[in-house]
Ligand binder design. Structure first.
Ligand SMILES: NC(=O)c1ccc[n+]([C@@H]2O[C@H](COP(=O)([O-])OP(=O)(O)OC[C@H]3O[C@@H](n4cnc5c(N)ncnc54)[C@H](O)[C@@H]3O)[C@@H](O)[C@H]2O)c1
Length: 258
């Protein structure tokens, strides 16, 4: 295959959750740049529409869809709308997620809050995969990319719900790769280290950043394009024999909040 074909997504349709900002937005722009039509979905419809507009204005093809990934009916509608308006689904980026931030003191967090992290991070990715794979099978091309986290392998205080849910995503990735291989659908995960987004800004202080950098060989924090580059690798034909893997994009180090 020629080098430009290895990363060519022309004719492919991608769904990205949480695509209105941060890593999700960068992934939408990267996939569109490689030729994919993109369903930019987000809890904040306005933000999804803005990203879709940016892609369309640059000559690509995108729609902006309102979708709260913790609502099953939204997930069903997202897939239906994508198929109706863009003609199928070949790539799914399960990016919307959250929790952690050192806010999960086990003496204070409620059972409902703990369960909510799993609903947001694990359930939504599993369910969307289940909904999308039949279309990927039909379309003859499928790649699912789960955005997990370095928290899935780090040990940190007050992170047990987020960290456990992201670890569950890593293992779910390997198991779904077994289930969906027969449909020629690949399932992989990208685990970001500390990456400059609004989510990180809400917990970062200059002191924490400087400690993070002492433990990071590549002496900077992550940019959203660092993560989107790994998403593109898994989405594109270049990785057509890669499945069930987790790649950590972390500047070669470990960045924790404690
Ligand atoms: N930024 C980091 O340092 C970092 C590190 C590791 C993992 N991650 C993971 O990367 C992913 C994206 O994080 P980010 O830093 O880009 O966040 P962000 O806050 O910059 O953007 C998140 C986007 O997701 C949307 N969103 C939030 N809840 C949603 C829901 N229920 N349904 C649909 N959309 C929803 C938000 O509206 C927003 O547009 C998350 O899964 C996060 O856990 C981020």
């Amino acid at each position: 295959m020629k080098i430009n074909e290895l990363f060519n997504l022309t004719g492919k349709v991608a769904i990205v959750t949480g695509g209105g900002n941060g890593i999700g937005k960068a992934s939408c722009l990267m996939l569109a740049n490689a030729g994919a039509a993109v369903a930019v979905s987000d809890l904040k419809h306005e933000d999804a529409l803005k990203v879709a507009e940016e892609i369309n204005a640059a000559g690509g093809k995108a729609i902006g869809v309102a979708c709260n990934v913790t609502e099953d009916s939204d997930l069903v509608k997202l897939v239906e709308q994508t198929v109706q308006q863009l003609g199928g689904v070949h790539i799914l980026v399960n990016n919307a997620g959250g929790g952690g931030g050192g806010r999960e003191n086990p003496f204070k967090i409620s059972v409902d809050d703990f369960a909510w992290r799993f609903k947001l991070n694990v359930y939504s990715a599993w369910r969307l995969s289940q909904l999308c794979v039949p279309y990927m099978d039909k379309g003859g091309y499928g790649s699912i990319i789960n955005i997990t986290s370095m928290s899935s392998i780090n040990r940190s205080p007050n992170m047990s719900a987020y960290a456990a849910s992201k670890a569950a995503m890593n293992h779910m990735t390997a198991n779904l790769a077994m289930d969906f291989g027969g449909a020629k659908v690949r399932v992989n995960a990208v685990g970001p280290g500390a990456t400059k987004t609004a989510a990180l800004a809400s917990v970062l202080t200059p002191e924490i950043e400087s400690k993070m950098l002492t433990n990071t060989p590549i002496k900077r924090l992550g940019e959203v394009d660092d993560i989107a580059g790994a998403v593109l690798y898994f989405a594109a034909p270049v990785s057509e024999w890669v499945s069930g893997q987790v790649i950590f994009v972390n500047g070669g180090g470990v960045q924790t909040l404690d």
